[in-house]
Design a protein around this ligand. Structure first.
Ligand SMILES: Nc1ncnc2c1ncn2[C@@H]1O[C@H](COP(=O)(O)OP(=O)(O)OP(=O)(O)O)[C@@H](O)[C@H]1O
Ligand SMILES: [Mg+2]
Length: 315
């Protein structure tokens, strides 16, 4: 299965949630590839705590353990070389992950290029061809290929919309996750990215996708959502106001077609992630420095993602 992680706005929690999702599924025995398609800012290496790869592959990087591969930006531009792969469980600086590396499945990062920049020109068909080859190879080799796209109507989005429209990838299982925060602005933005002008559906149709089929493979993920039912203390008027806002947001999401029926999951506000972008491990929950509800939300997201019953057509 190929999963595109996208969002209209930046800073939605797309990468942190996707990395944790990938990590947890790999801990449950899945083979997971994580492709950093955030070409302007490929920082998945920082999230996985891969020393030396925090901003992608540097031009002069010491490639010890990574082989001769290149970053994804360079690969797609055809500047030579196969994409680099970094085995996260072997190479992360987080000892607790390395210690358990024999017990899970696989988690492999395909990093971007440091300073690669967004594609600054319209891509040509060869870029799409290389993208198709990359995604097809990964999809055959891994149970799950997570592709973290640049925010908004980016070139990265345009390339993968075209890559999946026809040919070998049209026959594979492809899902789209649209991440957004639980605020008015983010709800409008996320809805616009899918249904609006130059959105995923419009661009998808133009590229050759069947609109209804594409829509049936899109779901939304709400991130850093305050848990209103858990509000303790504080003034009663404040609690009442927060509950009312939550209701208003739910109504707005429903009107804009990103309500409950198109929701894949909700990740609660997690103090650990507010302070530090990282993987949350079971040991963090055991030490009571991360909330159990957060890892449960990641697991629930994974279950829903892998369950074919989730992916019924939307009206
Ligand atoms: N559930 C959460 N609770 C609290 N903070 C969160 C949560 N999820 C993500 N964050 C924090 O929000 C910030 C943005 O998250 P992240 O970098 O994953 O977003 P993004 O959509 O990938 O952003 P970008 O567009 O810059 O790539 C980070 O500091 C992250 O740790
Ligand atoms: Mg990101």
């Amino acid at each position: 299965m190929i999963v595109f992680a996208t969002s209209d706005k930046g800073g939605t929690g797309r990468s942190v949630t996707s990395c944790n999702l990938g990590y947890r599924l790999s801990s449950r025995g899945k083979r997971v590839a994580y492709l950093d398609f955030d070409f302007g800012s490929p920082t998945a290496g920082a999230l996985f705590e891969l020393g030396g790869y925090e901003r992608g592959i540097a031009p002069d990087v010491d490639r010890d353990g990574v082989g001769q591969g290149v970053g994804l930006h360079a690969y797609l531009l055809g500047t030579g070389g196969a994409p680099a792969r970094i085995n996260v469980r072997d190479r992360t600086d987080r000892e607790d992950v390395r210690r358990r590396r024999g017990r899970g499945g696989q988690l492999v990062l395909f990093p971007g290029d440091q300073g690669g920049g967004e594609f600054d020109r319209r891509w040509d068909p060869e870029v799409v061809e290389r993208c198709v080859r990359l995604l097809h190879t990964a999809d055959k080799e891994f149970d799950l290929t997570i592709v973290d796209l640049s925010a908004g109507r980016s070139i990265a989005l345009d390339i993968v919309v075209h890559a999946t429209a026809q040919g070998v990838l049209a026959a594979r299982t492809v899902r789209w996750l649209v991440f957004h925060r639980w605020t008015r602005q983010h709800i409008y933005a996320a809805s616009g990215l899918v249904y609006g002008p130059h959105g995923i559906l419009e661009c998808g149709e133009r590229a050759g996708h069947d609109r209804d089929e594409l829509l049936s493979n899109i779901r939304f993920v709400r991130t850093a959502v305050p848990q209103v039912d858990r509000i303790r203390g504080g003034a009663a008027p404040q609690a009442a106001w927060l509950h009312r806002q939550d209701r208003i947001l739910n109504e707005l999401a429903g009107e804009l077609q990103i309500g409950a029926s198109s929701l894949l999951g909700t990740i609660p506000v997690e103090p650990m992630l507010q302070w530090r972008e990282q993987l949350i491990l079971d040991v963090d929950v055991q030490k009571q420095i991360a909330n159990r509800s957060t890892v449960e939300a990641f697991d629930h997201l994974g279950d829903r993602l892998l369950d074919p019953r989730t992916w019924v057509p939307l009206n």
